[in-house]
Design a protein around this ligand. Structure first.
Ligand SMILES: [Ca+2]
Length: 352
């Protein structure tokens, strides 16, 4: 653990370095599916997955892929390769949606953000394509089957567009009643501070890539924790934390260094926000974040607000079907970074 990080914000510490509140909130078992628009270099999806793989509180029952940051072939290839690098070939991977439910591939999509719509073959990941293979079952089927087999027990961490989750709900409506909790990195809430979009002036990328899916999922009745841009913008992967992770010399740390090192070397002010990592960490320790109960819905009309999430303390005209969810809006950065660096620097093996 980085000493500077450990010292920052540490009030009462036990000999193992954890605060009483941390010890109380950690340790619960979560059986979880991670749904990701994975791509290397390992920025937020890769770092969030590494965090999850190294968190003994999480039993990852499967990882599902979706088009988002890049296209599906690249998500599959890069995810399988990272699992090999992490020594976690025990984790099963299920390929999901190649396209959003209904998003038109218009000129703005082609020229502005991401290549989720492309049919390009995946480039070779670092070290070459994995020998680890995808499972044959489609992601939406895997999600529905897994939830049906253990109703009320399975959680989902969704850190890409919500296409797979929406498809599972459409195919098997019982999914909506069976998921224990869904934690989503997505959306931006203008009624709270730091609520601007990042794909359009008001729309966050994951929701903008598949607004129809986001709307289905938010209206589904699944207990939801939303980790929007509002909370992401209160975080940064500072150089000191990056250096502490790299110093651990684990295979994942070496991958992080090879892919992110040039950015830190080139730009003295590089301190990327942390998006999917916050969502993952909040599953392990919900006390890291502050949440507000709000009604959240998504604009799926094809106009200037397409993909915008709107949150309010009460329902409003046109949003009568909106459900209340827990919206993250602030974070204890000292504790978050301490936990994050610790987990990214560890060498957890399967079964430990
Ligand atoms: Ca993501």
């Amino acid at each position: 653990m980085c000493a500077a990080l450990a010292a920052a914000g540490a009030a009462e510490r036990s000999p193992d370095g954890s605060a009483p509140q941390e010890r109380e909130s950690l340790g619960r078992a979560h059986r979880i599916i991670v749904d990701t628009d994975f791509a290397l270099p390992p920025q937020d999806d890769g770092l969030a997955l590494a965090f999850a793989l190294n968190s003994p509180e999480l039993e990852i029952v499967g990882v599902t892929t979706v088009a988002g940051n890049y296209n599906l072939p690249r998500a599959n290839a890069d995810l399988l390769r990272m699992l090999e690098i992490a020594g976690r070939t025990d984790v099963r991977v299920y390929a999901g949606a190649r396209r959003p439910l209904a998003h038109p591939v218009d000129e703005y999509a082609r020229t502005h953000y991401g290549r989720w719509w492309s049919d390009d073959p995946a480039p070779a990941p670092p070290g070459g394509f994995a020998t680890l293979a995808l499972q044959s079952e489609p992601a939406a089927d895997f999600i529905a089957r897994t939830v049906a087999a253990a109703p009320g027990e399975i959680e989902i961490l969704a850190i890409g567009p919500l296409t797979n989750i929406a498809a599972a709900i459409q195919n098997q409506p019982a999914v909506a009643r069976g998921v224990k909790r869904l934690t989503i990195m997505g959306g931006a809430i203008a009624a709270l501070p730091d609520g601007a979009g990042n794909a359009t002036p008001n729309a966050e990328f994951n929701f903008w890539v598949d607004p129809e899916a986001a709307r289905i999922v938010l209206r589904s009745g699944i207990p939801i924790t939303l980790s929007p841009l509002n909370v992401s913008r209160k975080t940064a992967l500072e150089r000191s934390a990056y250096a502490a992770i790299v110093a651990s010399r684990t295979p994942v740390a070496e991958l992080v260094e090879s892919q992110m090192g040039p950015r830190y070397a080139r730009d003295a002010n590089f301190r990327p926000h942390m998006y999917d990592e916050v969502a993952a960490a909040s599953v392990v320790d919900p006390t890291l974040v502050r949440t507000r109960r709000m009604f959240v819905d998504v604009d799926d009309h094809h106009g200037i607000g397409y993909g915008t999430s709107i949150g309010g303390d009460a329902q409003w005209p046109g949003a009568e079907a909106a459900r209340a969810v827990d919206v993250q809006y602030d974070i204890d950065n000292a504790r978050f970074m301490r936990l994050f660096v610790e987990r990214l620097s560890s060498r957890r093996r399967p079964g430990r």
